[in-house]
Design a protein around this ligand. Structure first.
Ligand code: CDP
Length: 222
């Protein structure tokens, strides 16, 4: 194809969206946005301000008022909430456990989605999340839905945690992932599901390289 396509990648927790999306963006020299970090940032701000994660009105107001800024540095992207760099706090257990409650609030989504579309309006991008192909960028030229069994995903997340120096219990990681999947899939607003025209890839027995190659094949065909 001529030019770079907009690529939407969705899938459940730890299905490999971020690592695959970043690699694709680097190959295509496109930008990359992990929308999950935006919902994590709202969750961080809510916990920081002692806002109850069931208080939909306060969460909506919070999402509408905080400024989330992404600073792209060479090598490491940083996420700032009202000028505070919270990048290294977003993967904490309390955020993992609260984020699905926060992201299910329609008022929170109404504050985030236009910001995500505004980023996409600035040019070619690889955007990853739960509702990118279905809601945020329904006209994306390439849509991908990554899947993997819950055991494989729990092992991946467990390993990632260990690499970051976070000690977690594999059984607990698995329980937390399943809970988040259920919440993300069953919520009323923008539930996690593949777009009708998404390329669905089961990544259980595929390397990152192999997943990227499958998506690149699709990119080259459009
Ligand atoms: O990295 P991981 O797959 O574990 O999660 P994430 O992509 O950082 O997303 C964290 C949470 O944000 C998800 O469990 C969803 O509840 C929410 N999310 C969403 O609702 N919509 C998106 N576009 C992205 C994330």
């Amino acid at each position: 194809m001529s030019g770079k396509p907009t690529i939407a990648i969705d899938g459940p927790a730890a299905s490999g969206k971020t690592v695959v999306g970043k690699e694709l963006a680097s190959r295509l020299k496109s930008r990359f946005l992990d929308t999950g970090n935006m919902y994590r940032a709202v969750t961080w701000a809510a916990l920081d301000r002692n806002i109850g994660l069931k208080d939909e009105y306060a969460l909506q107001e919070l999402a509408e008022t905080i400024e989330i800024r992404l600073v792209v540095n060479s090598g490491s992207d940083r996420l700032l909430v009202d000028s505070r760099d919270v990048t290294d706090l977003l993967r904490r257990l309390e955020i993992d456990r609260g984020v699905s409650d926060v992201s299910a609030v329609s008022g929170v989504r109404r504050a985030m989605v236009p910001q995500q579309r505004a980023v996409a309006d600035q040019g070619p991008i690889v955007m990853v999340g739960r509702d990118i192909g279905t809601v945020v960028l329904p006209d994306a030229k390439v849509k991908v839905f990554l899947m993997a069994s819950s055991q494989v995903r729990a092992q991946r997340r467990h390993r990632e945690n260990l690499e970051k120096g976070i000690t977690t219990d594999l059984r607990q990681v698995s329980i937390d992932l399943k809970l988040r999947d259920t919440q993300d899939t069953e919520r009323a607003d923008s539930p996690l599901r593949p777009a009708d025209d998404a390329l669905e890839i089961d990544t259980d027995s595929l390397s990152v390289e192999e997943v990227v190659a499958l998506i690149m094949e699709r990119v080259e065909r459009i």
